[in-house]
Structures are given as C-alpha cells and as structure tokens.
Design a protein around this ligand. Structure first.
Ligand SMILES: [Zn+2]
Ligand SMILES: [Zn+2]
Length: 183
C-alpha cells in the first residue's frame, strides 16, 4: 500500500463551499439542491486527468442527518467531472499532493493529520478505512479505483458524521466517480 498525504494549497481553501452554481445537482431523497463541498485536483484522479477536468463533490446539506449523504448509492451526494476544462485556471483552489511522505497505516495516518495542520487526507493506492472496506462497485460491476480520502477535521464546514472521513473513487472506463463517508 502506498499512500501519501494530501495538503492544503498554501494560497487558500481546499473547499469552495456554497459556490451557488445553479447547476448543483438535486438530492434524490429530499429533492433540494445539494451543496458543492469540495473539488479534487484532476491530477489526483486518472479519470479527471484523462478528461482534463476536476472532480466536483456535492453533498446534501439541507437537513443534516436526514438524507443518506454517507451512502455512495443514495443520490444524496454526487461526485462529478467539472463542466469545463479547468485544471490550470483553478489549481490554487484545490488540494495538492505531497509525495515526500508515505503513509503506511491508520496509526500513521492519524499521526500525520494531527501533527500537520495543512494535511487534510490521503491519496494513493488504497483507502485507510475507519470502518469496514466499503469500496463501491461501478455500474460496470468492477471495483472502483481509490482517488483519495479527506478528513472531516480539515474544514469546519465539512460534516462527515463527526470526526469522519470522506472517500472518493472513480472508474476510468465508465467516466464515473463516487463519494462516501465513514465515522
Ligand atoms: Zn437531501
Ligand atoms: Zn465502470
């Protein structure tokens, strides 16, 4: 397993909360608009990289605790390719990856997050699960590929159940990505 910490960009935020795109998808459960909580730099995802885009993550924040926004299949969250080619223009707003430190265990993960405020999660070969392995299957029935995981503590605006982690996966052949969280 090779995992590396994800770092906040020095210039600013890893999140673009409440950027009120009128095209935010709707939650399948409450039917309200979801909130854009985070963008993942396209260089971290094979899918986003081949498309020259970023991954945009949306979560239902309308009635916290009511919609199943932790579940990759609920329709109460979404992980979509950005609508325009934006890798270069917005890079400073996105999470970047530091390849200098390898994270090898959950213990190592916790220690790294605690000791460095700019670390927000990991990217690499495999997720570091807080609960059981919940790697989602794609609609093509293959296991999806791990893109990264983000700590809830990375932002006061994140809600992943209380001290949880969000996990992002993609499938290059189907051009799909999924989001889930555990706590
Ligand atoms: Zn909802
Ligand atoms: Zn697929």
């Amino acid at each position: 397993m090779k995992n590396y910490p994800l770092l906040k960009s020095p210039e600013g935020s890893i999140k673009l909360l409440h950027h009120s795109h009128s095209d935010c998808p709707s939650c399948s459960e409450c039917e309200g608009k979801m909130t854009h909580i985070l963008s993942i730099d396209g260089s971290l995802s094979s899918l986003a990289k081949t498309e020259g885009r970023n991954l945009e993550i949306y979560q239902c924040c309308n009635n916290p605790g009511m919609c199943d926004d932790w579940d990759p299949a609920s329709g109460a969250n979404a992980c979509l390719l950005s609508s325009e080619t934006s890798l270069n223009s917005k890079t400073e707003d996105y999470i970047t990856c530091d390849n200098t430190k390898l994270i090898e265990s959950f213990e190592d993960f916790c220690e790294t997050m605690e000791s460095n405020d700019s670390c927000v999660g990991v990217t690499g070969d495999e997720p570091i699960w807080m609960q059981d392995d919940e790697t989602p299957n794609c609609s093509c029935n293959k296991k999806m590929t791990f893109v990264g995981q983000i700590e809830e503590a990375a932002s006061d605006d994140f809600n992943f159940g209380g001290d949880g982690c969000a996990y992002i996966f993609d499938c290059v052949s189907c051009k799909k990505a999924k989001f889930l969280w555990q706590c």
